[in-house]
Design a protein around this ligand. Structure first.
Ligand code: NJP
Length: 237
């Protein structure tokens, strides 16, 4: 039976490629992003021949908008099999240079966004006794880096939330996992995708393939966490 996935932050970068790869798996897709760019993702998927695709402009930090996203998905496709919490933002600077506004916004998108996504799909998933919540977190959800205090803190929070949630919902047949990439060539932190200096970084496909792997695990299997680094990245272990 055809499955249905919601992918947040699918306007560009990793999320857009996750949408493509899940559509290639035969899934019906609802793509979400906070800007109008999200409509282009849906158009491009349709041009590739995937007709069951809907774009819903959604700011993941807004409870009402996230509820609306899930309601539209249920109305259109009747179910949600996979929620991919991918939307996220980041910046890198010394802790004392981070403004309270920047801190709040970061946590509203990266942490509250993940919480709201889960909160909105869980009643439906519990009723069906099935579902998967995959969150694109980060390798810095596992260890710290200088200039990354705020971003690192937000991803540690995501790890903590997802780990606890996984244990809360497994009795309902619902699986929760995180994918924790190192450096990926995207638009992240005001960058641009395809810059020559990022040639050796992970590609969006690398992360999207991991999502496909996690999402296609047989029902008795929980993949809690996948950590992926580009070979060139130096990282603590
Ligand atoms: O970043 P980028 P990535 N509500 O900037 C959307 C994590 N990660 O693909 O809102 C809803 O190319 C935005 O769309 P729009 C990272 O933390 C990355 O690299 O329409 N959507 C766009 O589609 C994040 O969780 C690296 O402008 C919102 C997307 O998010 C995930 O990977 C390393 C939104 C961002 O695309 C995807 O980031 C790592 C909102 N409020 C973890 N705000 C890396 N790239 O190196 C933004 O460890 N978006």
């Amino acid at each position: 039976k055809e499955q249905v996935a919601i992918v947040t932050g699918a306007s560009r970068g990793i999320g857009k490629e996750i949408a493509v790869k899940l559509a290639e798996q035969g899934m019906k897709l609802v793509v979400a992003g906070s800007s109008e760019e999200i409509n282009k993702t849906a158009e491009e998927l349709k041009q590739k021949g995937f007709s069951d695709v809907i774009a819903v402009q959604t700011d993941v930090s807004d409870e009402q908008q996230v509820k609306n996203l899930v309601d539209i998905t249920l109305e259109a496709f009747g179910q949600v099999d996979v929620l991919v919490n991918n939307a996220g933002i980041g910046f890198f600077k010394l802790a004392e240079e981070v403004t309270v506004e920047e801190w709040k916004k970061l946590f509203e998108v990266n942490v509250q966004g993940v919480f709201l996504g889960a909160k909105a799909v869980l009643p439906h998933m519990k009723e069906r006794k099935s579902g998967m919540i995959i969150t694109i977190s980060s390798d810095v959800g596992r260890y710290t880096i200088p200039n990354g205090s705020a971003y690192t803190a937000s991803k540690y929070a995501v790890q903590g939330f997802s780990g606890a949630l996984a244990q809360e919902v497994r009795e309902y047949g619902i699986r929760v996992g995180t994918i924790n990439p190192g450096m990926v060539d995207t638009y992240f932190a005001d960058s641009k995708q395809g810059l020559p200096e990022k040639h050796d970084w992970l590609k969006v496909e690398d992360i999207a393939n991991a999502v496909v792997y996690m999402a296609s695990a047989p029902k008795h299997m929980l993949i809690d966490e996948i950590v992926i680094h580009p070979l060139v990245q130096n990282y603590p272990i």
